[in-house]
Design a protein around this ligand. Sequence first.
Ligand SMILES: NC(=O)c1ccc[n+]([C@@H]2O[C@H](COP(=O)([O-])OP(=O)(O)OC[C@H]3O[C@@H](n4cnc5c(N)ncnc54)[C@H](O)[C@@H]3O)[C@@H](O)[C@H]2O)c1
Ligand SMILES: O=C(O)C[C@H](O)C(=O)O
Ligand SMILES: [Mn+2]
Length: 542
Amino acid sequence: MTTTGYDVLRNPFLNKGTAFTQEERRTLGLIGTLPSQVQTIDEQAAQAYQQFQSKDAPLEKRIFLMNLFNENVTLFYHLMDQHVAEFMPIVYDPVVADAIEQYNNIFTNPQNAAFLSVDRPEDIKQSLLNAAAGRDIKLVVVTDAEGILGMGDWGVNGVDIAVGKLMVYTAAAGIDPASVLAISIDAGTNNQTLLDNPRYLGNRHPRVAGKDYLAFIDQFVTAEQALFPESLLHWEDFGRGNAQVILDKYKDEIATFNDDIQGTGMIVLAGIFGALNISKEKLVDQTFVTFGAGTAGMGIVNQIFTELQRAGLTADEARQHFYLVDKQGLLFDDTPDLTAAQKPFTRSRAEFNNADTLTNLADVVKTIHPTVLIGTSTQPGTFTEEIVKEMAAHTPRPIIFPLSNPTKLAEATAEDIIQWTDGQALIATGIPAADVIYKGVTYKIGQGNNALIYPGLGFGLIASTAKLLTQETISAAIHALGGLVDAQEAGAAVLPPVSHLTAFSQKIAEVTAQSVLDQGLNREPIADAKQAVKDAKWSAEY
Ligand SMILES: NC(=O)c1ccc[n+]([C@@H]2O[C@H](COP(=O)([O-])OP(=O)(O)OC[C@H]3O[C@@H](n4cnc5c(N)ncnc54)[C@H](O)[C@@H]3O)[C@@H](O)[C@H]2O)c1
Ligand SMILES: O=C(O)C[C@H](O)C(=O)O
Ligand SMILES: [Mn+2]
């Protein structure tokens, strides 16, 4: 049965608003429901952009764009295509963080997400069916919001990160927005402010944890795979205690991927390759200090560790390149409360004559002389002038990536690091950073955010009907991105600019799809990877 009348205008996937032609208006029962002028999508986009520009506050801009998305998905993406670098920080990080904090105050629409309550496992299947509403789902982004960016537990409010990640998928890579589903797993929240807030919209109880939590996750995965057997399942912003456990449980069974672990590991390694292209140094000659050895930090370490072995080092040799710093200071084999992921990369106290003093980043940097310093600590301002200058005193081109999000949690700003290192540091930041002009050189700052890689990776997996994501495919995608930097230019960035996001996402998708075919991991027969990516691509036109 064809949808007609107001059901068309109110369906954001079908709605074209004033762009419905007279002929469409007649056949769809829309005569008399719209003003008489028929507009083109570009006329609609120009009007919407003017509205967007009339808003001052970033959150107001976001609310405007979300309303547009809720009404007309095609127009939203048409407009986003034209302004991708301008819209990314609004639709996604950092302004998505404000929307999550304000969720109960600004909620107007569930944005086609599925809300799964830990208290009602019997409703999982029906909830997924209702939210999909007959759409053929190829990509799911799910969050339980225990670790939203670096801001901790945000309960049901965290659904906005899943919605935002999916918007980036479509804007960057061209995934059909009708084929995606954002999911909130509402396991409760330990955020007391939310629990005390009478407007909080999620389950008002502490998080369900342990066996019961994992059983719910398992019921979810089973239902999700049964209903959408060809979908890629993307996990976002789970807590440190669950993220790796969940990934390990499903990664060899289904097409799945954890963005904070794998996506972050990929973008950071690509950024390091970009930096090494500029400094003309080798990966095997680097010494890595990671500050914040949690989900993202250990994803990064493991990705570099794998790559060092690909470069010919044994596992033992490769491990020697890492120094992990977390709350306890430098992590030793006898440090209490180590996570399973941290244990293989701890150091021995016997290596140092000052082991007992290595309880803070400044002393670790002084003792180790790292060449690469990565921040995933959630601790703002912790890459101090003293630390950065000390690092720069022992290596000509220090690679410094303060990656904690959102803006208020970054370990340092790009501008400060450029000044403190007299322009020598090679930098990537988690959120977008403006160019830094220093002593007449314009330094472009790469955005070390997994958003630069997961859309191409995910789209390549979907287009090639991948059954699994392997390390081989991950490495292929990293090299595709790391090779796109122009190392000649003075002040060059270590990663390509977000304004080129659609072009390089295409490249990553093609390389990913080719790798899937090379390993015979495609479900459907596919003759040509590039063609498959081309065929799967959606474009924001009526
Ligand atoms: N740029 C990106 O693409 C990207 C990707 C993922 C995560 N991140 C950011 O990285 C940060 C961490 O995210 P996560 O998912 O790994 O969180 P997480 O909670 O899993 O890890 C954070 C780690 O930092 C440690 N930590 C806390 N306080 C510390 C201190 N004072 N000193 C040293 N370590 C400390 C914690 O113990 C934990 O191990 C967040 O701000 C997140 O936004 C950025
Ligand atoms: O969401 C982001 O901006 C990147 C990353 O996934 C994070 O958790 O910080
Ligand atoms: Mn994340």
